[in-house]
Ligand binder design. Structure first.
Ligand code: M6R
Length: 609
């Protein structure tokens, strides 16, 4: 979604703003803008709807001078995609300039009031109201005006603000929208995403809700909205610039799919205790005893993370024996979940910044429920707000469509099943079996990737179909949902995931020779049932691409095409069966000529509701 970059220091701000912004374009955007304070405190501003790379040459020629600046990518929410609605926004006197991520909920009433007071607006965007509100309180000191203005604001924001009449500073504020400050050598960098700053510094401060930071070329300080000083710890980013670069790959998505075996390896490294049939999850040490007492688990997430949670539901119920349910965060936050002191809520999120998931987390915290995060991004809001958590260690995921992070989430959930299972009835031998299979899984995932050329051929064969079913049962039902989501997200083809057993209850009506089905049918406890489903489809002339276990020759007799995956434990098969589906979606989207890494209408992390 929207992205923010800001620079204050001794070097020219513009080249840094440009390169920083380019590194967070992956989040999805529809317009962009820059504001740099130049000579005699003149504000150089440029904003446009459309793609940044189309304007890059012109921007480089303009090369705004100045050592203080802000930049933004907008993903439209309030107001259409126009130049006026893009950021920065400014006040009546072009003194205050600001960029904003989030939504100002009471902007209409604020706007009405400010208009009555004589302020002239030039856009439909909710953000503009902030510039005028700050203008109203501005008496020469920017941070005082910002603090006073924010007392009247309802909504979410990550903000970076500059003023021509108080030019030696950037003021930054946060409420429910991530923003961090990079501490460089004689310079400070503001960003909504660490990817924007990692080539300049790895030292960061993550702002928390209600905090306002003031950055000058030589110092910074943080207060709350009432001007009380706040001391914060500097954190270290633990990944490198190369991880947010494509290298020789044509897209981030294929790079990240190829990294899937490594992602499993990173997730399990140092956490498996084979002899004891146990796992060590350091992030849960502090709540070990509380976890012994829980008798119900609710998993909350969105999109792909939600499908990982659904696989987790099968794992936890089968191996821990605790009633477990999965909820979509956007629904969960509005229903009235019945929870008690022995319920644990587990939030699964790659970014740790998904607004719906965070709102559900807040709701559970208010009810005093034990909250646990399974998160990829270190220092993200989810990782800081949950009582305890486990990092997936998947590394930065840049492609909008989530792939490797899903593998990281599945690996953590399978380890969580062992962790909680061994606290309860799970036998040593079972613990050992799962743990030792997990050690082999990265190799098995590598072997699975070897079918990439075959899958590319299948993509060529099937790319012109307009509709697809994905079917699976038990552990692979959520994988059917994930396979369908991935295909629709990046290829814009219609694809639906359905539980194999549900076909006959309606979906089968659509099957004909033009509606192929991807059937996930490894040799597991529901294999026979899946075979029946495939036969039902074949009887109606539907084409079937089967994802099956190596050595299963029978499947070739009924499916039109087969992609083989290695044998593993049933509960771990999703970590292999999903790989061909990620590849299938990728190759089809490439063949159809789509912008695979930045699919239309989508944002990497949905930081607004
Ligand atoms: O960052 P999160 O894991 O919380 O994001 C959740 C979903 O928004 C995300 O998985 C989304 O569905 C992706 N587009 C899937 O590819």
């Amino acid at each position: 979604m929207c992205g923010i970059v800001g620079y204050i220091g001794k070097k020219p701000a513009f080249p840094f703003l440009l390169s920083g912004l380019k590194r967070i374009l992956y989040r999805g955007y529809d317009s962009f803008g820059f504001g740099v304070i130049g000579k005699e405190n003149k504000l150089n501003c440029f904003k446009r709807p459309g793609k940044l790379d189309e304007w890059e040459q012109k921007l480089l020629e303009m090369n705004f001078e100045g050592n203080i600046g802000i930049a933004h990518t907008r993903w439209a929410t309030t107001g259409t995609v126009t130049e006026a609605n893009s950021h920065p926004h400014w006040d009546c006197h072009r003194n205050i300039f600001l960029v904003h991520n989030g939504i100002i909920e009471n902007y209409k009433e604020l706007k009405e009031k400010l208009e009555k007071e004589g302020h002239k607006f030039h856009s439909e965007c909710d953000t503009e109201v902030l510039a005028h509100l700050i203008e109203k309180f501005f008496k020469g000191n920017l941070e005082t005006a910002v603090r006073n203005a924010l007392k009247f604001v309802r909504g979410t924001y990550g903000l970076a603000i500059i003023a021509r009449n108080d030019p030696e500073k950037i003021v930054v504020a946060r409420n429910s929208s991530p923003i961090l400050i990079g501490i460089g050598e004689n310079e400070y960098i503001v960003a909504s995403d660490a990817a924007a700053i990692v080539d300049r510094t790895k030292k960061v401060i993550y702002l928390d809700d209600g905090e306002v930071a003031v950055l000058t070329p030589s110092r910074f300080f943080i207060t709350d909205i009432n001007q009380n000083q706040i001391e914060k710890n500097i954190k270290e980013i633990d990944w490198d610039l190369e991880e947010v670069q494509k290298g020789d790959y044509s897209h981030f998505m294929i790079k990240e799919i190829i990294e899937e075996p490594e992602t499993i390896e990173n997730a399990v490294r140092g956490r498996l205790m084979i002899e004891e049939g146990r796992v060590k999850l350091g992030g849960l040490d502090g709540i070990q005893e509380k976890l012994r007492k829980i008798n119900r688990i609710i998993l909350v997430a969105c999109g792909t993370a939600g499908y990982a949670a659904r696989v987790g539901e099968y794992m936890l119920e089968e191996y821990v024996g605790i009633p477990t349910e999965v909820d979509i965060a956007s629904e969960f936050r509005y229903r009235k979940p019945v929870v008690d002191k022995n319920t644990a809520a587990i939030f699964v999120s790659q970014s740790g910044e998904t607004a719906d998931t965070l709102a559900a987390l807040k709701e559970m915290k208010e009810k005093g429920i034990l909250t646990i995060g399974i998160t990829n991004v270190v220092g993200s809001t989810q990782s800081r707000e949950t009582d305890a958590g486990v990092y997936t260690r998947s590394g930065p995921e840049i492609a909008v469509a989530s792939t490797k992070a899903f593998l990281g989430q599945l690996a953590i959930l399978s380890m969580l099943a062992v962790y909680l299972g061994r606290q309860r009835e799970m036998a040593l031998v079972m613990g050992k079996r799962i743990v030792s299979e997990l050690t082999k899984l990265p190799e098995l995932a590598k072997e699975t990737l070897k079918s990439a050329p075959e899958i590319e051929k299948l993509a060529k064969k099937y790319k012109n179909f307009k509709n697809f079913w994905f079917i699976g049962r038990k552990y692979n039902f959520p994988i059917a949902l994930e396979g369908a989501l991935k295909l629709k997200e990046i290829s814009y083809l219609h694809a639906e995931g359905v539980a194999g057993g549900e076909l006959k209850h309606g979906p089968i009506a659509l099957i004909d020779e033009n509606f192929p089905t991807v059937a996930i049918c490894p040799l597991d406890s529901v294999y026979e049932k899946m075979i029946s489903n495939i036969q039902e489809i074949k009887a109606r002339e539907g084409k079937v691409i089967a994802v099956a276990t190596q050595g299963d020759k029978d499947i070739k007799k009924i499916a039109d095409d087969v992609i083989y995956i290695p044998k593993t434990l049933e509960m771990l098969t999703p970590m292999l069966s999903v790989i061909p589906l990620h590849l299938f979606a990728y190759y089809i989207a490439v063949l159809l000529g789509h912008d695979v890494d930045k699919p239309r209408n989508l944002a990497k992390s949905c930081t607004v509701e």
